[in-house]
Design a binder for this molecule. Structure first.
Ligand code: NAD
Ligand code: UD1
Length: 309
């Protein structure tokens, strides 16, 4: 096994820190580049000598050059993960969400690192029909700066694949949830917010009528796939959806939270968010063909992990 570290940009965040744990558990050294804008050092096992944390910005080429040098592979997760934040601040989020990817491609070309996993998003598809699962060939219709930056990043990664031999493994994550997803901002993932408010007994806000649907994936089911993509010999080109081909509405999600806790705080309806996708559900045949994907963790079990205190 190579001693060269695997770089995780955004490794102090929700998904990145779980990936760091999984790689360390498999015996690999890990380097994290993170600006700690939403990530926290406390998410990482900092006392493990095989882990290095570099505080830096993916939009800064000098920070990336230092982080990429000597790496074996890169998981590129650093981004402003909130779709709504990109609607409110398109320029600021573009720096991280697009320029960061382009800088990374350049740093990898210069340093001769080839394998890169990229956290793209279901957001690239735009609106889906109710109950319809989208496969990877569905036409893309990004509705927000976040989605446009993810789709542009995919295209640049593909250019560097064709022109410079990069080996991108592009994943379009649907809605990932689990422990360490930060609930502290209105920009956070909906399950983390609902879980925190349900436990605290503070009112829950639903943007719109609550009939919008999402395909939720528990973090524990995702990390093994990411490890395979970083470590296997060959990557087939083309993006891969990560979803379960099951979707539920926010109203059903709240029912599931009530089932676990026995009660719910008051629910308030707010205006729907601009650019919000109504329905989202993944066709996942390519995921199941290309990767060993576990029997999915049932939503109630994933929720129970979050709601047990
Ligand atoms: P997160 O906010 O917990 O993690 C993002 C990390 O990136 C944070 O640690 C943050 O500090 C860091 N970061 C942000 N801008 C940076 C910059 N300019 N330089 C360096 N570090 C920076 O969110 P997450 O849910 O773990 O998301 C990880 C990735 O997965 C993101 O790219 C996100 O767009 C993508 N994604 C997430 C989901 C989901 O449901 N959580 C779904 C689709 C795609
Ligand atoms: C999420 C991810 C995004 C990812 C996308 C892929 C986060 C913060 N966002 O975006 O990175 O690319 O999935 O599908 O991880 N809502 C409420 N009340 C709240 C919070 C949210 O009603 O307090 C609603 C939103 O309006 C939306 C739904 O819940 O309709 C989901 O919102 P959110 O968790 O922010 O996720 P997405 O926008 O789907």
């Amino acid at each position: 096994m190579s001693d060269a570290p695997i770089l995780i940009t955004g490794g102090a965040g929700f998904i990145g820190s779980h990936l760091a744990d999984a790689l360390l558990a498999r015996g690999h050294a890990v380097r994290v580049l993170d600006d700690l804008s939403t990530g926290r050092p406390g998410n990482l096992p900092l006392d493990d000598p095989r882990l290095e944390l570099i505080e830096g910005d993916v939009a800064d080429p000098a920070h990336l050059a230092r982080a990429v040098a000597g790496c074996r592979a890169v998981a590129h997760l650093a981004a402003v993960a909130s779709v709504q934040a990109s609607v409110d601040d398109p320029v600021g989020t573009h720096r991280s969400n697009f320029l960061g990817t382009l800088n990374l491609c350049e740093a990898m070309r210069v340093h001769g690192v080839r394998r890169v996993l990229f956290a793209s998003s279901a957001a690239v598809y735009g609106q889906n029909g109710e109950g319809l699962a989208v496969d990877e060939d569905t036409p893309k219709a990004p509705l927000t700066p976040y989605a446009a930056d993810k789709l542009a990043s995919e295209h640049y990664l593909d250019f560097y694949r064709r022109q410079h031999g990069l080996e991108p493994a592009i994943f379009r994550f649907f809605n990932i949830f689990g422990p360490r997803q930060d609930p502290s901002s209105p920009y956070s993932g909906v399950i983390s917010i609902f879980a925190e408010r349900a436990l605290a007994g503070t009112p829950i806000d639903i943007f719109g009528d609550g009939e919008q649907t999402r395909d939720f994936v528990y973090i524990g089911d995702l990390v093994g796939v990411l490890c395979q993509a970083l470590l296997r010999d060959h990557i087939e080109p083309g993006p891969v959806n990560v979803g379960l081909d099951r979707s539920i509405s926010l109203n059903q999600l709240l029912d599931a939270v009530r089932e676990v806790l026995g009660s719910l705080p008051p629910v308030r309806h707010r205006p729907a968010r601009a650019g919000d996708i109504r329905h989202s559900r993944a066709a996942n045949r390519r995921l199941l063909q290309r990767y060993d994907f576990p029997e999915p963790t049932p939503l109630a079990v994933g929720l129970a992990h979050l709601l047990e205190r």
